[in-house]
Design a protein around this ligand. Structure first.
Ligand SMILES: C[S@@+](CC[C@H](N)C(=O)[O-])C[C@H]1O[C@@H](n2cnc3c(N)ncnc32)[C@H](O)[C@@H]1O
Length: 267
Protein backbone atom coordinates (compact mmCIF):
# COMPACT_ATOMS: atom_id res chain seq x y z
CA UNK A 1 0.00 0.00 0.00
CA UNK A 2 1.70 3.24 -1.10
CA UNK A 3 2.06 5.74 1.72
CA UNK A 4 2.11 8.64 -0.74
CA UNK A 5 -1.18 8.67 -2.61
CA UNK A 6 -0.16 12.04 -4.09
CA UNK A 7 2.46 10.19 -6.14
CA UNK A 8 0.93 7.18 -7.90
CA UNK A 9 2.89 3.97 -7.71
CA UNK A 10 2.54 3.68 -11.49
CA UNK A 11 4.36 7.02 -11.97
CA UNK A 12 7.32 5.87 -9.87
CA UNK A 13 7.35 2.54 -11.71
CA UNK A 14 7.33 4.33 -15.07
CA UNK A 15 10.33 6.46 -14.03
CA UNK A 16 12.22 3.35 -12.93
CA UNK A 17 11.28 1.47 -16.10
CA UNK A 18 12.59 4.33 -18.25
CA UNK A 19 15.84 4.12 -16.30
CA UNK A 20 16.12 0.42 -17.20
CA UNK A 21 14.96 -1.22 -13.94
CA UNK A 22 13.64 -4.67 -14.83
CA UNK A 23 11.50 -5.10 -11.71
CA UNK A 24 10.16 -1.54 -11.79
CA UNK A 25 6.80 -2.24 -10.10
CA UNK A 26 8.30 -4.21 -7.22
CA UNK A 27 11.01 -1.62 -6.71
CA UNK A 28 8.53 1.25 -6.84
CA UNK A 29 6.51 -0.42 -4.08
CA UNK A 30 9.60 -0.73 -1.89
CA UNK A 31 10.55 2.91 -2.46
CA UNK A 32 7.01 4.03 -1.58
CA UNK A 33 7.17 2.00 1.63
CA UNK A 34 10.57 3.42 2.55
CA UNK A 35 9.91 7.12 1.88
CA UNK A 36 8.58 9.15 4.79
CA UNK A 37 7.46 12.08 2.60
CA UNK A 38 6.79 12.80 -1.09
CA UNK A 39 10.07 14.72 -1.17
CA UNK A 40 12.02 11.77 0.17
CA UNK A 41 10.27 9.56 -2.38
CA UNK A 42 11.55 11.87 -5.14
CA UNK A 43 15.08 11.61 -3.78
CA UNK A 44 14.96 7.81 -3.49
CA UNK A 45 13.48 7.47 -6.98
CA UNK A 46 16.14 9.74 -8.45
CA UNK A 47 18.94 7.82 -6.73
CA UNK A 48 17.62 4.51 -8.03
CA UNK A 49 17.02 5.90 -11.54
CA UNK A 50 20.62 7.17 -11.57
CA UNK A 51 21.81 3.56 -11.23
CA UNK A 52 22.49 3.16 -7.51
CA UNK A 53 21.68 -0.44 -6.49
CA UNK A 54 18.22 -0.72 -4.94
CA UNK A 55 19.72 -2.09 -1.72
CA UNK A 56 21.95 0.97 -1.34
CA UNK A 57 18.98 3.27 -1.94
CA UNK A 58 16.89 1.45 0.67
CA UNK A 59 19.81 0.90 3.05
CA UNK A 60 19.05 -2.80 3.43
CA UNK A 61 19.13 -6.09 1.57
CA UNK A 62 17.06 -9.18 2.14
CA UNK A 63 18.97 -12.38 2.72
CA UNK A 64 17.40 -15.70 3.72
CA UNK A 65 14.23 -13.93 4.81
CA UNK A 66 15.83 -11.22 6.95
CA UNK A 67 16.81 -7.62 6.26
CA UNK A 68 20.43 -6.58 6.75
CA UNK A 69 21.80 -3.04 6.69
CA UNK A 70 23.89 -2.41 3.55
CA UNK A 71 25.59 0.97 3.34
CA UNK A 72 26.71 2.53 0.07
CA UNK A 73 30.13 1.20 -0.85
CA UNK A 74 29.46 -2.17 0.79
CA UNK A 75 28.97 -5.38 -1.24
CA UNK A 76 25.29 -6.33 -1.51
CA UNK A 77 24.76 -9.93 -0.33
CA UNK A 78 23.60 -12.05 -3.27
CA UNK A 79 20.77 -14.55 -3.23
CA UNK A 80 23.13 -17.22 -4.61
CA UNK A 81 25.12 -17.08 -1.36
CA UNK A 82 22.19 -18.76 0.39
CA UNK A 83 23.78 -22.00 -0.82
CA UNK A 84 26.98 -21.22 1.10
CA UNK A 85 25.04 -20.60 4.31
CA UNK A 86 22.80 -23.66 3.85
CA UNK A 87 25.81 -25.92 3.25
CA UNK A 88 27.56 -24.53 6.32
CA UNK A 89 24.43 -24.98 8.44
CA UNK A 90 24.17 -28.61 7.30
CA UNK A 91 27.76 -29.25 8.45
CA UNK A 92 27.62 -27.29 11.66
CA UNK A 93 27.85 -28.97 15.02
CA UNK A 94 25.85 -27.49 17.87
CA UNK A 95 27.60 -24.45 19.37
CA UNK A 96 29.96 -24.14 16.40
CA UNK A 97 32.82 -21.67 16.27
CA UNK A 98 32.16 -19.74 13.04
CA UNK A 99 34.45 -17.34 11.21
CA UNK A 100 32.96 -15.23 8.42
CA UNK A 101 36.05 -14.09 6.52
CA UNK A 102 35.57 -11.29 3.96
CA UNK A 103 32.24 -10.68 5.69
CA UNK A 104 31.12 -7.50 3.86
CA UNK A 105 27.82 -6.50 5.50
CA UNK A 106 28.11 -9.53 7.79
CA UNK A 107 24.80 -10.97 6.56
CA UNK A 108 26.11 -14.49 5.83
CA UNK A 109 27.58 -15.04 9.29
CA UNK A 110 24.48 -13.69 11.02
CA UNK A 111 22.22 -15.88 8.87
CA UNK A 112 24.35 -18.93 9.72
CA UNK A 113 24.25 -18.08 13.42
CA UNK A 114 20.46 -17.88 13.16
CA UNK A 115 20.34 -21.34 11.58
CA UNK A 116 22.51 -22.99 14.26
CA UNK A 117 22.28 -22.98 18.01
CA UNK A 118 24.67 -21.05 20.27
CA UNK A 119 27.23 -20.12 17.62
CA UNK A 120 30.43 -18.23 18.53
CA UNK A 121 30.69 -15.82 15.60
CA UNK A 122 33.78 -13.92 14.46
CA UNK A 123 33.54 -11.80 11.28
CA UNK A 124 36.19 -9.75 9.53
CA UNK A 125 36.78 -7.61 6.46
CA UNK A 126 39.49 -5.34 5.14
CA UNK A 127 37.14 -2.47 4.19
CA UNK A 128 36.29 -0.02 6.99
CA UNK A 129 32.81 0.66 5.52
CA UNK A 130 32.04 -3.07 5.52
CA UNK A 131 33.31 -3.44 9.07
CA UNK A 132 31.07 -0.60 10.28
CA UNK A 133 28.09 -2.16 8.53
CA UNK A 134 28.84 -5.66 9.85
CA UNK A 135 29.08 -4.28 13.40
CA UNK A 136 25.53 -2.96 13.04
CA UNK A 137 24.24 -6.23 11.63
CA UNK A 138 25.95 -8.44 14.19
CA UNK A 139 24.91 -6.30 17.14
CA UNK A 140 25.86 -8.29 20.23
CA UNK A 141 25.87 -11.57 18.33
CA UNK A 142 29.62 -11.76 17.76
CA UNK A 143 32.86 -9.90 17.11
CA UNK A 144 33.84 -7.94 14.00
CA UNK A 145 37.50 -7.28 13.15
CA UNK A 146 39.12 -5.10 10.50
CA UNK A 147 42.14 -6.27 8.53
CA UNK A 148 43.64 -8.58 5.92
CA UNK A 149 42.06 -12.07 5.94
CA UNK A 150 43.06 -13.94 9.14
CA UNK A 151 45.47 -11.27 10.42
CA UNK A 152 43.05 -9.50 12.81
CA UNK A 153 41.60 -12.71 14.34
CA UNK A 154 42.56 -13.56 17.92
CA UNK A 155 45.28 -16.24 18.02
CA UNK A 156 43.12 -18.20 20.47
CA UNK A 157 40.91 -19.18 17.52
CA UNK A 158 43.71 -21.19 15.88
CA UNK A 159 42.69 -24.83 15.58
CA UNK A 160 39.19 -24.11 16.92
CA UNK A 161 37.16 -22.99 13.88
CA UNK A 162 34.38 -25.43 12.93
CA UNK A 163 32.98 -23.43 10.00
CA UNK A 164 35.06 -21.00 7.98
CA UNK A 165 32.83 -19.09 5.56
CA UNK A 166 34.84 -17.19 2.99
CA UNK A 167 32.86 -15.51 0.26
CA UNK A 168 36.02 -13.97 -1.16
CA UNK A 169 36.15 -11.76 -4.27
CA UNK A 170 36.40 -14.21 -7.19
CA UNK A 171 35.82 -12.28 -10.42
CA UNK A 172 38.87 -12.56 -12.73
CA UNK A 173 40.44 -9.11 -13.15
CA UNK A 174 39.71 -9.09 -16.89
CA UNK A 175 36.00 -9.68 -16.26
CA UNK A 176 35.42 -6.90 -13.74
CA UNK A 177 34.72 -4.41 -16.53
CA UNK A 178 32.06 -6.76 -17.90
CA UNK A 179 30.01 -6.76 -14.68
CA UNK A 180 26.72 -4.87 -14.54
CA UNK A 181 27.20 -1.20 -13.63
CA UNK A 182 25.54 -1.74 -10.26
CA UNK A 183 28.49 -3.90 -9.20
CA UNK A 184 31.24 -2.32 -11.32
CA UNK A 185 30.47 1.26 -10.35
CA UNK A 186 28.88 0.99 -6.91
CA UNK A 187 30.67 -1.87 -5.19
CA UNK A 188 34.31 -1.55 -4.19
CA UNK A 189 36.79 -3.24 -6.53
CA UNK A 190 38.36 -5.03 -3.56
CA UNK A 191 35.00 -6.82 -3.10
CA UNK A 192 35.00 -8.14 -6.67
CA UNK A 193 38.47 -8.52 -8.15
CA UNK A 194 40.02 -11.93 -7.45
CA UNK A 195 43.15 -11.47 -9.58
CA UNK A 196 44.11 -13.02 -12.94
CA UNK A 197 42.03 -16.22 -12.65
CA UNK A 198 39.79 -14.94 -9.83
CA UNK A 199 41.30 -17.32 -7.29
CA UNK A 200 44.10 -15.23 -5.75
CA UNK A 201 42.27 -14.44 -2.49
CA UNK A 202 40.88 -17.97 -2.29
CA UNK A 203 44.43 -19.39 -2.58
CA UNK A 204 45.58 -17.26 0.35
CA UNK A 205 42.56 -18.27 2.43
CA UNK A 206 42.93 -21.99 1.66
CA UNK A 207 46.68 -21.96 2.37
CA UNK A 208 46.14 -20.58 5.89
CA UNK A 209 42.81 -22.30 6.65
CA UNK A 210 44.36 -25.53 8.09
CA UNK A 211 46.01 -23.43 10.82
CA UNK A 212 42.60 -22.19 11.99
CA UNK A 213 40.24 -25.12 11.38
CA UNK A 214 39.36 -27.55 14.16
CA UNK A 215 39.80 -31.27 13.31
CA UNK A 216 36.89 -32.02 10.97
CA UNK A 217 36.17 -28.31 10.52
CA UNK A 218 35.31 -26.97 7.06
CA UNK A 219 36.20 -24.08 4.82
CA UNK A 220 33.34 -23.06 2.48
CA UNK A 221 33.88 -20.85 -0.56
CA UNK A 222 31.69 -19.78 -3.47
CA UNK A 223 33.10 -20.07 -7.00
CA UNK A 224 32.09 -19.39 -10.56
CA UNK A 225 31.13 -22.50 -12.54
CA UNK A 226 34.25 -22.43 -14.74
CA UNK A 227 36.56 -21.91 -11.78
CA UNK A 228 35.33 -24.94 -9.87
CA UNK A 229 37.98 -27.50 -10.95
CA UNK A 230 40.77 -25.03 -10.14
CA UNK A 231 39.12 -24.13 -6.80
CA UNK A 232 38.92 -27.84 -5.91
CA UNK A 233 42.66 -28.15 -6.62
CA UNK A 234 43.38 -25.13 -4.43
CA UNK A 235 41.47 -26.66 -1.53
CA UNK A 236 43.05 -30.10 -1.99
CA UNK A 237 46.54 -28.59 -2.22
CA UNK A 238 45.96 -27.09 1.22
CA UNK A 239 45.40 -30.61 2.61
CA UNK A 240 41.64 -30.24 2.90
CA UNK A 241 39.15 -32.81 1.59
CA UNK A 242 37.18 -31.12 -1.21
CA UNK A 243 33.50 -31.45 -2.03
CA UNK A 244 31.43 -29.53 -4.58
CA UNK A 245 27.76 -28.62 -4.32
CA UNK A 246 25.92 -26.95 -7.19
CA UNK A 247 22.52 -25.28 -7.17
CA UNK A 248 21.26 -24.69 -10.72
CA UNK A 249 18.29 -22.81 -9.24
CA UNK A 250 20.51 -20.29 -7.44
CA UNK A 251 23.17 -20.44 -10.17
CA UNK A 252 25.62 -21.10 -7.35
CA UNK A 253 28.57 -23.38 -6.68
CA UNK A 254 30.11 -23.98 -3.29
CA UNK A 255 33.42 -25.74 -2.70
CA UNK A 256 33.89 -27.17 0.77
CA UNK A 257 37.28 -28.19 2.13
CA UNK A 258 37.19 -30.28 5.29
CA UNK A 259 40.16 -30.72 7.61
CA UNK A 260 41.10 -34.31 8.43
CA UNK A 261 40.09 -35.57 11.85
CA UNK A 262 36.87 -35.95 13.69
CA UNK A 263 34.88 -32.85 14.47
CA UNK A 264 34.05 -32.70 18.13
CA UNK A 265 32.00 -29.53 17.94
CA UNK A 266 32.91 -26.92 20.47
CA UNK A 267 30.35 -27.53 23.07
C1 LIG B 1 32.36 -10.81 -2.60
S1 LIG B 1 32.38 -9.74 -1.22
C2 LIG B 1 31.47 -10.76 -0.07
C3 LIG B 1 30.92 -10.01 1.11
C4 LIG B 1 30.01 -10.87 2.00
N1 LIG B 1 30.68 -12.05 2.47
C5 LIG B 1 28.76 -11.26 1.24
O1 LIG B 1 28.70 -12.36 0.70
O2 LIG B 1 27.84 -10.43 1.18
C6 LIG B 1 34.04 -9.89 -0.73
C7 LIG B 1 34.43 -9.12 0.54
O3 LIG B 1 35.82 -9.42 0.78
C8 LIG B 1 36.45 -8.28 1.33
N2 LIG B 1 37.90 -8.46 1.11
C9 LIG B 1 38.58 -8.43 -0.06
N3 LIG B 1 39.88 -8.67 0.14
C10 LIG B 1 40.02 -8.88 1.47
C11 LIG B 1 41.14 -9.18 2.31
N4 LIG B 1 42.38 -9.31 1.81
N5 LIG B 1 40.95 -9.32 3.64
C12 LIG B 1 39.68 -9.19 4.17
N6 LIG B 1 38.59 -8.89 3.43
C13 LIG B 1 38.76 -8.75 2.10
C14 LIG B 1 35.81 -7.14 0.58
O4 LIG B 1 35.96 -5.93 1.28
C15 LIG B 1 34.33 -7.62 0.47
O5 LIG B 1 33.57 -7.13 1.54
Amino acid sequence: MPVHPSVPLSATAATLRRAGCVFAEDEARLLHEAARSPRELDTLTERRASGLPLEHVLGWAEFLGHRYAVDTGVFVPRRRSELLVRQAAALGPGRAVVVDLCCGSGALGVALAAALDGVELHSCDIEPAAVRCARRNLGGLGHVYEGDLFAPLPAALRGRVDLLLANVPYVPTGDVDLLPAEARVHEPRVALDGGDDGLDVMRRVAADAPNWLAPGGSLLVETGEHQTPAAVEVVAAAGLIPRVVVSPELYATVVTGTAPGTGTGSG
